[in-house]
Design a protein around this ligand. Structure first.
Ligand code: ATP
Length: 336
């Protein structure tokens, strides 16, 4: 199976080709980088409009070059695209591109949930059977686990996504987007100062800690100390709930997904928590953590092989598409 994947939920205009025979994933991405402030939906959509045709053409070129089938046939078996969640104006451009390609190449369309793709890529690269997944991305933060045909949301943010929370703080202090890597660098020289830590049951909240961090900065607390403490508390909260999710499900496998998963301190905390309870931990390589079409193509292939393709009239995008809305067709043979 060879699948073309297209991703464009927020900032990454990305296209990929996944080859099921070799397990090779070719990814071509073009990132939207705001001059100032955060991600502006209209500007991000303009970026998609401009960049999607380019990255798709590069991916298709790769597909043609590596295709040994008859040249009269398309070099891919299906077009998979991120159907949501994400910014509406961006999603609509990706949806239109995917529909047009599927019609022009006469191959089926596969609608992929972006959050489930963040999770499945970790399951794919780890080979784990039924892991708990921590999705730590820009606009989201979820603990997910599979049960009875769906990925259930065991815990999630009650307000902003984890990356967006960090980015709001860095915007306040005048750093350019994205803020995550800058906080990580500054935190290296920091010491702990008191900031809120909010876990309620299986859910967490980031808005209070963000306000307190902004205030601490305005009050003259060294930025290194604020960054260090932000990381300790936010990642501590995610790690605590991840541990509770492992305990609740009885799983001994944890995978990490999402752009914030590139952070070494978060990985270190999760790794040592897993080691202490005899669980295995897996974080995919960075190109699969941040938004990318590779994860869309890989899950697209699993869905395509399960016969889970979309009729044109069902291919509308959904900015609020939740992971637990997705019937998990590609694990039908797995019982629990
Ligand atoms: P979603 O997948 O929820 O739609 P998204 O589209 O914003 O989110 P991702 O690529 O998953 O995108 O994540 C981007 C986020 O990752 C940004 O908020 C960025 O600040 C954060 N990030 C990137 N690198 C790091 C890092 N080293 N440490 C912490 N955060 C990071």
């Amino acid at each position: 199976t060879r699948i073309l994947g297209i991703e464009g939920t927020a900032w990454a205009a990305s296209a990929a080709v996944y080859d099921g025979a070799t397990d090779d994933v070719f990814i071509e991405s073009d990132a939207y980088e705001p001059d100032s402030g955060g991600i502006h939906p209209r500007e991000a959509a303009e970026h998609m409009h401009d960049a999607i045709p380019r990255v798709v053409e590069t991916a298709l070129e790769h597909a043609r070059e590596t295709d040994d089938g008859p040249s009269s046939e398309p070099p891919i078996d299906a077009v998979a695209f991120s159907q949501g969640p994400g910014l509406g104006p961006c999603l609509r451009i990706v949806g239109t591109a995917a529909r047009a390609l599927s019609q022009a190449l006469e191959v089926p369309l596969v609608g992929v949930n972006h959050m489930v793709a963040h999770l499945e890529i970790g399951r794919h690269t780890s080979g784990f059977d039924s892991p708990v997944c921590l999705n730590a991305s820009g606009a989201n933060a979820h603990l997910l686990a599979y049960r009875n045909g769906r990925y259930r949301v065991l815990g999630e943010t009650m307000d902003t996504g984890v990356g967006n929370a960090i980015d709001k703080f860095t915007r306040h202090v005048g750093w350019t987007h994205p803020g995550g890597p800058k906080v990580e660098a500054a935190a290296e020289d920091g010491e702990y100062v008191d900031l809120p830590y909010v876990v309620k049951g299986m859910d967490f909240s980031f808005s209070g800690i963000m306000s307190a961090a902004k205030q601490a900065h305005d009050d003259g607390t060294p930025i290194e100390d604020v960054c260090f403490s932000l990381q300790e508390n936010i990642f501590g909260m995610l790690t605590e709930v991840a541990e509770r999710a492992l305990s609740l499900t009885g799983s001994d496998e944890l995978v990490l997904g999402g752009g914030v998963g590139q952070n070494a301190r978060l990985r270190e905390m999760l790794e040592s928590m897993c080691a202490q309870r005899g669980a295995e931990f897996h974080a995919p390589e960075a190109r699969f953590l941040r938004d990318n079409a590779g994860m869309i193509a890989v899950l697209g292939a699993k869905m395509y092989n399960a016969g889970d393709t979309l009729a044109l009239e069902d291919s509308r995008v959904d900015p609020n598409y939740r992971p637990d809305q997705v019937p998990v067709t590609w694990r039908a043979d797995e019982s629990d």
